[in-house]
Design a protein around this ligand. Structure first.
Ligand SMILES: O=C(O)CCC(=O)C(=O)O
Length: 281
């Protein structure tokens, strides 16, 4: 694994802005990849996870949702030093985790319908990035085993794809330990798996701090676990304040409100503070 330099981080952000996606090879420790893989295998048994029953989730595909609720391994992902700064560069500060789920595409799975991750949000397109998704390759991703299919250039379109349509795609091939980043407007879908092995990925989806999370992290993660998260991870889960206002509770930072940890709300209103004597009429 390599650590991205500041200039590599900026280059990645620029590529995502220009093209809507980028694959960055070899940025996750293989030890962590193995740990994630082991945990997913374990969880699949423990939770008795079944394949999906619709075209979108896939009928030969096993997905485990709400992974942040399932242990320390998954808590390492959203704050990863080679991932979070790239996504922050795309979405700006105050972003949150939108969803964290595994997607294991099994043999004989068909290609997923092409879609965009922001297509249910009713604002006119094109618009600035409000969602940035990351797909972590837990196994190698190849065209044959179902690598994510991308429709290049579609992040600037003024509409979303027809899920029943068929489109020219390119496969986001990458080796395990690599990450595909893409903006929510880019048309894409999981690929068909023509091999005898599973293609395992974890989709860690982030959204701008003013957009509703896809998975409700604050309800999904047990309170005792949330209380143990680092301050940054708590904010990413939804206990932060966006742009000095959105998310405050009684003018207090949510972490101060819940955990009395001294977190400052830093409210925008305080920039316009008036001395008490001026406030008197
Ligand atoms: O599995 C993949 O490669 C992509 C999955 C995806 O885009 C989704 O389920 O929304």
């Amino acid at each position: 694994m390599r650590t991205l330099t500041q200039s590599q981080l900026s280059q990645a952000v620029n590529e995502i802005s220009a093209n809507g996606w980028v694959v960055i090879e070899d940025i996750i420790e293989l030890d962590l990849i193995e740990e994630i893989h082991d945990q997913l295998d374990h969880l699949e048994k423990e939770l008795d996870v079944q394949n999906g029953e619709n075209l979108f989730e896939g009928t030969r595909t096993s997905r485990i949702y709400n992974l942040l609720a399932h242990g320390e391994t998954f808590e390492k992902m959203p704050v990863h030093q080679n991932v979070l700064p790239v996504v922050e560069g795309v979405l700006g500060p105050g972003l949150t985790i939108s969803s964290l789920s595994s997607i294991a595409i099994g043999p004989d799975e068909k290609a997923q319908p092409i879609h965009s991750d922001d297509q249910l949000i009713p604002i006119p397109k094109p618009h600035p990035p409000i969602i940035c998704n990351t797909m972590w390759a837990i196994t190698d991703f190849t065209e044959q085993n179902g690598a994510t299919r991308l429709v290049p250039g579609t992040h600037t379109k003024d509409h979303s794809p027809n899920p029943l349509g068929s489109y020219e795609t390119i496969p986001a091939e990458m080796t395990r330990g690599s990450v595909l980043f893409w903006v929510g407007s880019l048309w894409h879908g999981g690929g068909a798996n023509l091999t005898s092995e599973r293609r395992v990925g974890v989709a860690l989806n982030y959204c701008a701090g003013y957009i509703r999370q896809q998975e409700n992290q604050l309800m999904g993660v047990p309170f005792e676990r949330l209380a143990q998260f680092s301050h940054r991870l708590k904010e990413l889960a939804g206990l932060g304040i966006y742009n000095g206002l959105l998310g405050h509770i009684d003018k207090r930072h949510p972490c101060e409100f819940l955990f009395h940890d001294g977190s400052e709300a830093g409210l925008i209103w305080d920039y316009a503070k008036v001395p008490p004597e001026d406030a008197k009429i």
